[in-house]
Design a binder for this molecule. Structure first.
Ligand SMILES: C[S@@+](CC[C@H](N)C(=O)[O-])C[C@H]1O[C@@H](n2cnc3c(N)ncnc32)[C@H](O)[C@@H]1O
Length: 228
């Protein structure tokens, strides 16, 4: 499971990321991010997987403790500045393929535009790892892209796709819902929140692929593996 190409890619664009994304953030993402975070209502410990430059930080619920994880330390540099004024935000560098947290740690896991970046072969192990760190009854809330069904909009997305793949490593045709289903997740909600291209998926792990059965120790707070 090799995440190195993405680490290198994000090291390269980290300094430009917020600028490159600025038009989309202003026109689209700032309207849809609250849609994601309101679905974490009641969760006390939340994981923001693939936190990037911390674009979600302004939307973190004030009553929750949120831990952001990202593969790229370069992306986290900006996130650390965004998080500087909050004591309820922790950021750590790591991969969703081997999260540095004990099983059953989080009430909810959020990921925004992570699974459109993760190659399809890495998605099943990543989902298994998210299921491992969720507490029983916990949910994952994903914000993801897919191709539009409208011919002209789809054509624009197709035209943009080589650049999107080069810059972000992202694709609009990831098979995340299939990976959720084959990993035994139950999809509770699958709803477009911006046109027919950006959707929120809410899912909970089923009994299959549930790492929580392997390691029964229940933790009351955020504990890193190896006591870190
Ligand atoms: C498109 S950006 C999205 C960032 C942020 N969530 C947002 O909404 O702006 C994707 C992020 O996923 C991170 N990423 C890619 N592969 C990862 C992995 N295996 N584990 C953790 N983070 C990863 C990248 O470093 C990058 O910061």
């Amino acid at each position: 499971m090799n995440a190195d190409p993405l680490r290198k890619k994000y090291a390269r664009i980290a300094g430009w990321y917020d600028l490159l994304d600025f038009p989309w953030e202003m026109l689209r993402y700032r309207k849809v991010r609250p849609e994601v975070w309101r679905r974490t209502s009641g969760a006390r410990l939340i994981l923001d997987a693939g936190a990037g430059t911390g674009r979600n930080i302004p939307y973190y619920p004030p009553s929750a403790h949120v831990t952001g994880v990202d593969l790229s330390e370069a992306m986290l540099v900006r996130a650390r500045r965004r998080a500087a004024t909050s004591s309820a935000v922790r950021l750590s560098c790591g991969t969703v393929l081997a999260l540095p947290f004990k099983s059953r740690t989080f009430d909810a896991v959020v990921s925004t535009f992570l699974f459109c970046v993760l190659p399809d072969d890495l998605q099943p192990p990543a989902l298994k790892e998210l299921s491992r760190v969720l507490k029983p009854g916990g949910r994952a809330i994903l914000l993801e892209y897919q191709y539009s069904r409208h011919p002209w909009r789809r054509a624009v997305m197709k035209a943009m796709s080589p650049w999107v793949a080069w810059a972000y490593g992202a694709r609009f045709d990831r098979r995340t819902p299939e990976h959720l289903a084959s990993g035994g997740w139950r999809i509770l909600e699958d709803r477009f929140v911006s046109g027919d291209t950006v959707k929120v998926i809410v899912a909970e792990p089923g009994p299959l692929g549930d790492g929580r059965r392997i390691q029964p120790g229940v933790s009351s707070g955020i504990e890193h593996e190896g006591g870190r």
